[in-house]
Design a protein around this ligand. Structure first.
Ligand code: SF4
Length: 325
């Protein structure tokens, strides 16, 4: 089947069909890359990459059973759990991240959902990071409408909540909350006027149809997420996904390209798994329309390319950090 050729200036659509998305995945690689590049250039400066730093403000001991996660209390991964960090310690990390060039500071806590007392501390962190002139993002698990309203009041810019995989494959990855639970939290975030950061993970044994289903679920949200992280699984010993077959690098680039084409105005983040990607694969991802990365030595609990190797790669490719708009 031929993929429909669309105008470069298409406004974002939420009516993508699985067949259309499948046809994009099936395009010859040069054609797919050309389309992704053309759409990328219509909406973004292709030389700019948004840089975020992610820290874990509360590590491990999570009651959820996400099959890829080092922080789930259901798996013996050797991770040492820790309590919620003190506000000042978080702000010190944010200052260092800003000095290293990050424009957005993301804070992750391993909770099923935050308790109201903990949310008070997180709101204070958000206010402090905002005062440094950075964008803020948090990921805290499921939220109620009241909690999202409080986060909005504190000035929160982005909330991250991933849907992980296709609706069909989801049950193979997590059983302690449903796909609908995730969509409900995303709707609360959207209703509160907070930008949505939502993506998924590939390389968890999913089929090609599941990758189509993941993109379809994201691209048919009523409003596309402003930020779409595409993660390549980092295998963690002790988790059910420890032995999953890694995704082929070209298939990963195709994921990025199809995300770019279907969600033309979203920032597509080359996220977890970058540590084990070659420079060439990362360069192809940037060509395919990825325009955000995490910067810093760790992504929550998994390794990330150190800032120096990122700087070298940016210099080689002539890329520069995207300024705050
Ligand atoms: S991914 Fe998040 S919710 Fe799932 S087990 Fe890990 S910390 Fe908990």
């Amino acid at each position: 089947m031929n993929a429909p050729a669309r105008s470069l200036h298409d406004i974002p659509r939420s009516d993508w069909t699985r067949e259309e998305i499948a046809a994009l995945f099936a395009l010859p690689f040069p054609e797919l890359m050309f389309r992704a590049q053309s759409i990328h250039r219509a909406h973004f400066d292709p030389t700019q990459v948004q840089i975020s730093t992610l820290i874990s403000i509360k590590t491990g001991g999570c009651p959820e059973d996400c099959g890829y996660c080092s922080q789930s209390s259901k798996y013996d991964t050797g991770l040492k759990a820790s309590k919620l960090m003190a506000v000042e310690a978080v702000l010190a990390e944010a200052r260092a991240a800003k000095e290293a060039g990050a424009s957005r500071f993301c804070m992750g806590a391993a909770w099923r959902n935050p308790k109201d007392k903990d949310l008070d501390s997180v709101c204070t962190m958000v206010e402090g990071v905002k005062a440094l002139g950075m964008e803020t993002c948090v990921t805290l698990g499921m939220l109620t409408a009241e909690q999202t309203a409080r986060l909005k009041q504190s000035g929160l810019d982005y909330y991250n909540h991933n849907i992980d995989t296709s609706p069909e494959y989801y049950r193979h990855i997590i059983s302690t909350r449903t796909y609908q639970d995730r969509l409900d939290t995303l709707a609360h975030v959207r209703d509160a006027g907070i930008n949505v950061c939502c993506g998924g993970i590939v390389g968890m044994g999913e089929s090609a149809a599941d990758r189509i289903g993941l993109i379809h679920a994201l691209a048919t949200l009523p409003v596309h997420p402003e930020s779409v992280p595409i993660n390549a699984l980092v295998q963690i010993e002790g988790t059910p996904q420890a032995l999953a077959t890694p995704i082929d690098p070209i298939d990963f680039v195709r994921m990025i390209a199809v995300a770019r084409i279907t969600m033309p105005k979203s920032v597509v983040r080359l996220s977890a798994g970058r540590e084990s990607m070659s420079e060439e694969t990362q360069a192809l991802c940037f060509l395919a329309g990825a325009n955000s990365i995490f910067y810093g030595p760790k992504l929550l609990t998994t390794p990330n390319p150190v800032a120096d190797s990122d700087r070298t790669l940016f210099a080689k490719l002539g890329l520069t950090p995207m300024p705050l708009s």
